[in-house]
Design a protein around this ligand. Sequence first.
Ligand code: GLA
Length: 392
Amino acid sequence: MFWFVLPLLHVVLPLRSAHAYNNGMGKTPPMGWNSWCTDSLCNLLGKDPCTEKEVQTTVVAMVEHGLLELGYDYVALDDCWSTTERDADGHLQADTTKFPNGMKAVADFVHARGMKFGLYTSVGDETCKGKRPGSYAHFADDAKTLTAWGVDMIKMDHCGNKHNVSDQELYGTMSAALNQTDRPVLFSLCSWGLDNVWEWGANIAQMYRIQMDHLPFWKLSGKRSAGAGYGQGTYDIIEWMATLQPSKWTTQYGWMDPDFLMTEYFTMDFIGSRTEYTFWSLWSAPLLISTDLRKLASEDDKMRIITNKEVIAINQDPLGTGGDRIVNNTDGTQVWYKPLANGDVCVVLYNSGTNNEQKRDLLVSVHWSVLPAWAGNVSLSVKVRDLWEGLD
Ligand code: GLA
């Protein structure tokens, strides 16, 4: 797969249908780390080990590896931090066997290193794992509790929702409750893509999940669509995003969320991880890496993927649009395309059969005239740069 970028005279900006909810958070796609897939193969191994120590050591590793400097500034805990009961006054509380000093102390530690802190809850009565309390009927109280601890990002999952209320209304209530607090919070809406969330998610949240969980594999046999199956591989998500057409919905302060990056996992080979990172960058998707960053040394190939400044810049591009598939050949080769703020364009040449030995050597090509920004201009001189190889 290659990237190239062409300086062009005219770029036609895509029409936007989403209206972003700008509360000051998430102007560019958030970058950072999340605990969910780090310890237990995204819960496939059933362990629940997140602790204060894990957060601290992860923060230290992120700073040491220069990840914070590159923009990875969120550190977020998923479904693992609270006890199974609310406290006597009905507030959420930390599991003190894992977080002996409470969640505010964890937030303080994260903030002291210049990073932002995220926590998780669910829109229904229970979270997805361990029957922890969800926020249903407690939206305002939970918004106050979490923001009082200094939380900067709240992910709200879809589990435990037995009530006959629409997702738009439920998540909208939490969004409004967060807005009532004095703290700007990045609201990460995780309704698994149900109810065509791409049509309304950006009105109330800064990022919204567009499908079930991403698991650390290339291709899974389950259905590829909203709310279907337990999880999708990287290949499946790429196909699903092609159907959704990211440029139609992606907007600053309202990012489509194809779920976490699985970078460090051994179940993802180098090409798989680089392909994953390529597409998440092309879509302007949140770059939240949910694997053990402490295990990556600076010289690792996988570390090179997540520290490529030019590719990160594609993800953080101020135009804030998502790339679309523009060519889908029957041999599995594809071309994807995204305009950038400075008039350059980003093109991905993708061989979707990269985990199939026979297809590994397929040549992917595209004619200039297929690129929308070409716009019939026949006398254009272009500069092409391969961002992964760093070569003009
Ligand atoms: C659901 C979500 C995941 C994760 C788990 C936690 O499966 O989709 O991202 O948050 O719940 O239990």
